[in-house]
Structure formats: structure tokens, C-alpha cells
Ligand binder design. Structure first.
Ligand SMILES: [Mn+2]
Length: 208
């Protein structure tokens, strides 16, 4: 059933990270994310620190986004998480913005208290959706590491969620076509898109 679930059906491998108990702590970062500044401080954060990504734009998006997570693996933990699959299926059926079942739904089912654990919620700057980057800079005072603005929360990691990834053939054309069609001012999003493509060309990012 999971494998017949389209895009998200291929993301469950991520759950195996939770059983890698030879490591005391991991900071997991999706391959569709670009890291713009040092984030070593995340290793001082507790297990399951993550971002309710997009929450400033959509206040009801309170669930953790599995694109970036601080994980303290434990023996058997991944199996215990997988055992919550029936619960995840039920939870997803009741979601307003549901888009198929994925690893993120399973993790939210296993950690149902996450949405009210404010000590686990990281700043939006650690998992900034590329499509909301301009909005966060213009409306919420965020800044990129090379922006001269002296204060304001820092965007350290940009996340290219959605079907258009910078490494895809023709992705640039489709990206810019959407920008033109929607008439959005997406200056910073465009810049990040180009930067990610450059890093791929230079071999600094592996996308396999
Ligand atoms: Mn991702």
C-alpha cells in the first residue's frame, strides 16, 4: 500500500535513521535543501528538534516537517515508529492539506505531542520553503547570510519542496514560467534556485 502511494511512498527509508544507534546524535538534512550558514548548534538541540515549516504563512501548519531533524537514534526505534503506520493512515485521512502518506506522517503519528512541545520547535530559518523565502524576508524580517541587514532572524537552510527540483532537466524553465504566470516577486527564491544549480554543476551537492 505504501509503495502504491506515489511520490511520498518512496520516502520511508528515512525512518531507518532512527535505528542507527551507533550514532549518539544525527542532524538529518533533505537533499533538496541548501545549507547557507554553519548550523553546528543543532547538535546541542534535543531529539526531534525540527521546524513546523511554513507556520508563519499557514498558522494551522503545526506538524513537524521531516526535511530537517535532530535525531538521537536508539535500538529498535525505527521498528517502533513503523508500528504506528495504521495510526498515520487514520491521521492523514483527517488532514485538510493531505497529499498522500509519507514518512513525515508516520513521524507525526509517533510523536503526537510534538505540536505542543515548543522546546522542540526550531526557527523557520532552519527549514525555509523556497516558495516562501521572499515573503519571510519582506514581511517577517528574515535575512539571508549575505544580506547586509544587521538584525532579524537568519535563513540558514532553504528547502526546495514541491515537484520542481533545481537538479531536474528543464526545471529552470518550468520554474521561471511559473514565476511569470503567477506574477510573483520572487527575487530571493530565484537566486537560491540558481545558487543550488551552480552547486550541483560544481559537484558540491550530490543529488543521487
Ligand atoms: Mn525535501
Amino acid at each position: 500500500m505504501i509503495e502504491g502511494n506515489g511520490h511520498w511512498g518512496h520516502t520511508f527509508d528515512k525512518v531507518h535513521l532512527f535505528g542507527l544507534h551507533e550514532f549518539s546524535k544525527l542532524v538529518y538534512v533533505d537533499s533538496d535543501m541548501i545549507v547557507l550558514a554553519n548550523m553546528d548548534e543543532l547538535f546541542d538541540k534535543p531529539h526531534m528538534s525540527a521546524v513546523a515549516a511554513g507556520r508563519l504563512v499557514h498558522p494551522h501548519w503545526v506538524r513537524l516537517n521531516a526535511g530537517l531533524m535532530v535525531i538521537e537514534p536508539a535500538h529498535g526505534l525505527s521498528d517502533r515508529i513503523f508500528s504506528k503506520l495504521p495510526q498515520a493512515i487514520t491521521d492523514v485521512a483527517g488532514l485538510v492539506d493531505q497529499s498522500g502518506l509519507g514518512d513525515q506522517d508516520l513521524l507525526n503519528a509517533y510523536y503526537p505531542g510534538w505540536t505542543t512541545s515548543t522546546d522542540l520547535e526550531l526557527d523557520q530559518g532552519y527549514n525555509m520553503f523556497a516558495c516562501y523565502l521572499d515573503l519571510h524576508i519582506e514581511k517577517y524580517g528574515y535575512r539571508l547570510p549575505d544580506q547586509p541587514r544587521a538584525c532579524g532572524p537568519l535563513v540558514k537552510i532553504v528547502h526546495f519542496v514541491g515537484p520542481r527540483k533545481p537538479w531536474m532537466q528543464g526545471a529552470s524553465l518550468r520554474h521561471y514560467a511559473r514565476v511569470l504566470k503567477e506574477g510573483k516577486a520572487v527575487k530571493w527564491e530565484n537566486r537560491m534556485f540558481s545558487l543550488y544549480k551552480k552547486l550541483i554543476r560544481d559537484g558540491a551537492v550530490a543529488t543521487a
